[in-house]
Design a protein around this ligand. Structure first.
Ligand SMILES: *Cc1c(COP(=O)(O)O)cnc(C)c1O
Length: 398
């Protein structure tokens, strides 16, 4: 094997990304110098903070094709998802109690739906095909007279599937049902325009595009009635209490501005590295399965299952070789259950257990990928050599 800890390669960009220096620089003035309360216009540092938040809101709105007053800052992507689902469910309690979502959503959506079920709401969890795609027809046939909300993610965080959001939003619109999308893996990584997509609510998170962790946003189309999730003061036009986190809001907006400016260049670069990884792994490692689609896939995401071995063991050996990656989803690791996404696309438990997610960013280099393609086949072979199951296959005893 290669020298211990000589390398430092980060391939877990779907979990979180490195904060860019340019973003940090934009944030710094708002900690110790311009620390004013953004809700106070009575003195200069308050006005400066308020202006900074307003400018950030305009930047985020313009990246999404929204109006500034349709953008609400939150404390995370999870909070944006919780707010969209709980806020719409409770605001429409008089109308109906049925929500439609998919079985491969992020836990921020799935566990919120489970909680809503306990509060008396009905939730349909739609199945997906073997590539993780939700069919628009299945959405339409799940609609009943009590349906008040449809929530389908734009891009899956584990296997990179891009959903047919436009088709689904047209169905939602024709039935006059509100449509939310968790676009946390899409914003900053592919063109996202709220009016083209036809969505009513959309969640995003700063740390998935080289912005800070702990800040997100929810787009709420003007005219949509939603209950508060966080009650308190009148910040965010009375819809989300808490003294504005100015530095983080500025950081999110700066990171998104950069991501939108460099979108074409970055997606081309990521697609190239993605193809190199997929082709390289398929050439060098037998008994592997690409999870998720080959076309219509987020350019940052690669996910493979390697038969006869465990994802966790691969991660451990990758880490020993200076490579950071993940198996299943980051939120699910720590538990021994295989990923709900891999099970939903039809993988048997034992194959879902042998999965590895490698996610690139614009900061990943060609040399990083070369090194992974050198190390990973050795790791897989070493683990298979210790696997009794593989022994049988290799010696033709099966
Ligand atoms: C990361 C992620 C979230 C959660 O965002 P946080 O800001 O970490 O709370 C939600 N949905 C998807 C699809 C994600 O990838």
């Amino acid at each position: 094997m290669i020298d211990f800890m000589e390398h430092n390669i980060y391939l877990d960009n779907n979990a979180t990304t490195r904060l860019s220096e340019e973003v940090l620089e934009a944030m710094l003035p708002y900690f110790c110098n311009n620390y004013g309360n953004a809700s106070s216009r009575f003195y200069k540092i308050g006005r400066d903070a308020q202006d900074a938040v307003a400018e950030a809101r305009s930047k985020v709105a313009s990246c999404l094709g929204a109006k500034p007053n349709e953008i609400y800052f939150t404390g995370s992507g999870c909070e944006a998802d919780n707010w969209a689902l709980k806020g719409i469910a409770f605001a429409n309690k008089g109308k109906g109690n049925h929500i439609i979502t998919s079985s491969i959503e992020h836990h921020a959506v799935l566990n919120t739906c489970k909680w809503l079920e306990k509060q008396g709401f009905d939730v349909t969890y739609l199945p997906v095909d073997s590539e993780g795609r939700v069919s628009p027809e299945s959405v339409e046939s799940a609609i009943n007279e009590n349906t008040v909300l449809i929530s389908i993610m734009t891009v899956n965080n584990e296997i990179g599937t891009i959903q047919p959001i436009k088709e689904i939003s047209e169905i939602a619109k024709s039935h006059k049902i509100l449509f939310h999308t968790d676009a946390v893996q899409a914003v900053g990584h592919m063109p996202v325009n709220v009016s083209e997509l036809g969505v009513d609510l959309l969640s995003l998170s700063g740390h998935k595009f080289h912005g800070p962790k702990g800040v997100g946003a929810l787009y709420i189309r003007n005219g949509v009635k939603i209950d508060n999730l966080i009650h308190g003061g009148g910040q965010e036009r009375g819809k989300r209490a808490a003294t504005e986190n100015v530095a983080y809001i500025v950081g999110l907006a700066k990171a998104l501005e950069i991501a939108c400016r460099d979108l074409d260049k970055n997606t081309k670069w990521c697609s190239r590295l993605q193809k190199k990884l997929i082709d390289g792994i398929e050439e060098r490692i037998p008994y592997c399965i690409l999870n998720g689609p080959r076309e219509n896939r987020s350019s940052s995401n690669v996910n493979f299952s390697f038969r006869y071995i465990e994802g966790e063991s691969i991660l451990m050996l990758l880490d020993m070789n200076g490579i950071a990656a993940s198996s299943g989803s980051a939120c699910a690791s720590g538990s021994l259950d295989p990923s709900h996404v891999l099970l939903a696309i039809g993988l048997p438990h034992e194959i879902a257990h042998g999965s590895l997610r490698l996610s690139v960013s614009n900061e990943t280099t060609e040399e990083d990928i070369d090194y992974v393609l050198e190390v990973l086949p050795q790791i897989v072979q070493r683990l298979r050599d210790m696997s009794p199951l593989y022994e049988k296959i290799a010696h033709g005893k099966e």
